[in-house]
Design a protein around this ligand. Structure first.
Ligand code: NAP
Length: 245
């Protein structure tokens, strides 16, 4: 059996990713910053006949929580096969570049960038024990710097000072990490789940949660000859599935 840790998995895309990986036979550590919410999600999955899942308290913006989660997981398993860095925040709908407060931008970066780096570093030793370790960083198509230069792109007019730059930074970290691990069995990729109806955007997205999670799961299930260091986005690149950075 393979073991996966998913951050921010108590609801929405993270929870559905847990559900789909359970259906693929994985054992899921369901990360939730509020343990009660995590337990409720686990109870729901158990009631669906999916027993191989347990909650783990993990606030990616809190280093003490990350340390405690790493210690707790280390007592349960000597190996982690998949890390899905799904937890993320938007920081509000309107983020004008000249007036969004630096405090807000820092808050968004704390979760979307530094949180991912801290969690990845903390769990990397357990991932190294896997024969086929996979890291999936959940990004957004809006982070493509190349497409933001294309006036014909459908999201061209959707700009922002906090969220887009945070995910662009996450993408940059993904590239660096994949490059450093290129001679190992690791696969490290960024995945855009697509514009999806969740609490994140007050359910304004046209995409469904199962469809979004399927995209995340695909990168978690990559075979040993699969790609690494890619930016997968069906929204940005319907034909190839690979977005320009
Ligand atoms: P969501 O419904 O808002 O759920 C976000 C999850 O992240 C929740 O479980 C939330 O926990 C958790 N979270 C937030 N901050 C956290 C922290 N500091 N530590 C641990 N968990 C934290 O969002 P979603 O739509 O499922 O988004 C999931 C990922 O997909 C995000 O990274 C987002 O950027 C990305 N994405 C979403 C869309 C979209 O259209 N929905 C599009 C592109 C990319 P709480 O329940 O405690 O708040």
């Amino acid at each position: 059996m393979k073991y996966v840790l998913i951050t921010g998995a108590n609801k929405s895309i993270g929870l559905e990713t847990a559900r789909q990986l359970l259906q693929h036979g994985y054992y899921v550590y369901l990360g939730s910053r509020d343990l009660q919410n995590g337990q409720q999600a686990v109870d729901q999955l158990h009631s669906e006949g999916l027993p191989n899942v347990e909650p783990i308290q993990l606030d990616v913006a809190d280093s003490a929580s990350i340390t405690a989660a790493r210690q707790a997981l280390g007592r349960k398993t000597p190996v982690l096969d998949v890390l899905i860095n799904n937890a993320g925040i938007l920081g509000g709908m309107s983020q004008p570049t000249l007036s969004t407060s630096v405090d807000l931008i820092k808050q968004v970066f704390e979760t979307n960038v530094f949180g991912v780096i801290a969690v990845t570093q903390a769990f990397s030793d357990l991932l190294r024990q896997s024969a086929e370790p996979r890291i999936v960083n959940v990004t957004t198509g809006l982070a493509s710097l190349t497409l933001h230069h294309d006036p014909s792109w459908r999201y061209y007019n959707i700009t922002g000072a906090a969220y887009h730059p945070s995910k662009a930074a996450l993408n940059a970290y993904t590239v660096m990490l994949a490059q450093e691990l290129r001679d190992t069995p690791f696969k490290v990729n960024a995945v855009d789940p697509g514009y999806t109806a969740t609490d994140f955007n007050h359910h304004s997205g046209p995409g469904s949660v199962p469809e979004a999670a399927t995209r995340v799961v695909k990168a978690a299930l990559l075979a040993s000859d699969g790609p690494t260091g890619q930016f997968f986005s069906d929204d940005n690149a319907p034909e190839t599935g690979i977005s320009p950075w």
